[in-house]
Design a protein around this ligand. Structure first.
Ligand SMILES: CC[C@@H](C(=O)O)C(=O)SCCNC(=O)CCNC(=O)[C@H](O)C(C)(C)COP(=O)(O)OP(=O)(O)OC[C@H]1O[C@@H](n2cnc3c(N)ncnc32)[C@H](O)[C@@H]1OP(=O)(O)O
Ligand SMILES: [Co+2]
Length: 133
């Protein structure tokens, strides 16, 4: 793992959360992007060497909609940048972690991503991400 690439935060409304985080961080949102496969609309902020990713659900089948229903708004996942996502997936599977995908899939901000089940990671949803080359 190279670094914490981003922290994902589930929000009910980006229209409310973006101005709030702009005020909190004293920095502008530099990008919004919809990721259809996850049914999410994201908004990104740079924070030093890492990023904050706000996530709003765009449909009832979104993992964010389910999370908001069960737990309410708040920290949703931590994403680690890796150099070789397939090698890291193999290493983690061999170490006994449950991968939520067989293959990396496209994420936001030009990344390939894969999630680990929170039951194996002390209740924290972990995302691996690698820059798409
Ligand atoms: C924008 C794209 C991308 C990026 O590029 O950065 C993203 O970040 S997308 C983010 C949204 N996508 C995902 O979260 C995909 C991965 N998540 C999943 O596959 C599912 O959400 C899940 C983690 C497998 C849970 O789904 P499911 O089993 O259907 O939901 P339950 O509500 O029944 O939860 C089971 C169990 O897991 C706990 N849980 C769920 N979400 C989280 C979470 N974010 N953090 C910690 N724990 C979580 C949930 O509380 C249940 O626990 P128990 O109640 O103890 O059984
Ligand atoms: Co993420």
């Amino acid at each position: 793992m190279l670094k914490v690439e981003h922290i994902g935060i589930a929000v009910a409304s980006l229209a409310d959360a973006v101005p709030l985080y702009e005020k909190l961080l004293n920095a502008p949102c530099y990008k919004t992007e919809t990721v259809e496969s996850e049914q999410v609309l994201t908004a990104f902020f740079r924070q030093g060497d890492t990023k904050i990713e706000l996530l709003e659900a765009t449909g009832p089948g979104s993992p964010i909609a389910r999370f908001l229903e069960k737990k309410g708004a708040g920290m949703h996942h931590i994403a680690f940048e890796v150099d070789n996502i397939e090698a890291e997936m193999q290493r983690l599977a061999a170490a006994g972690f449950t991968l939520l995908q067989d293959k990396p899939k496209p994420g936001a901000d030009n990344k390939l991503i894969c999630f680990l089940h929170p039951k194996d990671t002390s209740g924290v949803l972990v995302e691996l991400c690698q820059e798409r080359r």
